[in-house]
Design a protein around this ligand. Sequence first.
Ligand code: URP
Ligand code: ZN
Ligand code: ZN
Length: 473
Amino acid sequence: MGGFDTIIRGGTVATASDTFRADIGIRDGRVAALGLDLGEAAEVIDATGRLVLPGGIDSHVHFAQPSGPGIVMADGFETGTRSAAAGGNTTVLPFCVQKRGQTLREALKGYHAEAAGQCHVDVSFHLVVADPTEQVLGQELPALVADGYTSFKVFMTYEGMALTDLEMLRVMSVARETGALVMIHAENFDAIRFLVDKLEQEGKTSPYYHAISRPIPVEREATHRAISLAELIDVPILIVHVSNGEALDEIRRAQVRGLKVMGETCPQYLVLTEDDLKDLNMEGAKLVCSPPPRDEASQAECWRGIETGVFSVFSSDHCPFRYEDVQGKLNPNARTSFRWVPNGIPGVGARLPILFSEGVSKGRIDLNRFVALSATNHAKTYGLYPRKGTIAIGSDADIAIWDPERRLTLTHDLLQDGSDYTPYEGMEITGWPVLTMVRGRVVMRDGAVVGPKGYGTYLTRERSPYAAVRGAN
Ligand code: URP
Ligand code: ZN
Ligand code: ZN
């Protein structure tokens, strides 16, 4: 015993299953001991009165993503991972998006170049398959899964991104053969196109009508269809950013039938509503994301999904654009129609404080479910467990220390991202991360992200046994 680089002393440790008093001995970036009286170390961090939790894993973020002519995403990898560290996260999983006509390898080259030397926390990419050619399906995807890109997202909506059912089946079939996980953005593209055209013809063009153009049936139908297609192939899928009880019930029914269908929800579906966009005119653009926030009944249903375990992961879907910016939400076209408002809102820094405050502090979920939803289940789902997502001997010392009593009013400056607003401005929060440690090194202390940028490393992932084809584990 002894000879630790760092000891975290005096805190209450929580994992997805247990809460206990223990000090943590860290050596060479990994957890080396859990116990009391661990002796001395080069650095001792006093965690008395604090919670010591696995660092958050946000498995759904968008950084440095090309977003259409004249539009620039507010975060690259430096500011995006800075905000992640400020919000108690130690790993993020952004998307590498294939453009039509581009190979996945070409897309990856660009995203790796953007990320290199920039990250404050660890990073691993999901692939977005937007052009499933024979070459992509037959050669690139299988080779990339073998290289550690073990999850890919497909879209059922968005111009230039939406796959046909036939293409979805082909991608799912490759996932089944290779052991990868398919993430699905479930909204019915044609229904949205019809509604957008109709609203515009009626002169209903302000950002509020974005929400009206994508009502719940659009999401429910696509969720049902995605599950049915996955059932045909008998392949696990994960439905991302679920916003309401009808889509939730599709997932729950599939789970009850024994299908491996997982679900994700996000902060915007717990604390925002479509009415928040209503009287804001252009300021409603600050809340434009897809699926849109719904109503209070839907919020309650999303909490039901969290409390009952139908949703296994809670992610931010951080997709930031600046508001006061001609390259962002207020681009010239956006003033003519909601159609042109860039889709997405920032959230990587706010995700965990919102779940902690609204969930743990208000007694909706216990601390262990918080850890599962914020870290452990992400690691298990995406092939990073037990290296990431827990506090156990041999795991990376990826740790967030929380002050469960800290009360504050959420303001954008606390979040340190590259946007110029937070959709959650003014929220009263109880519980805040005061220190973030990645592989044994402190990257955030008392709100200061201490760098250096570039410490965050790229993670090659395994195929996840938790997301394996039925009968395979
Ligand atoms: O509005 C959103 N969610 N934008 C991000 C892209 C996506 O669909 O995840
Ligand atoms: Zn999506
Ligand atoms: Zn997204």
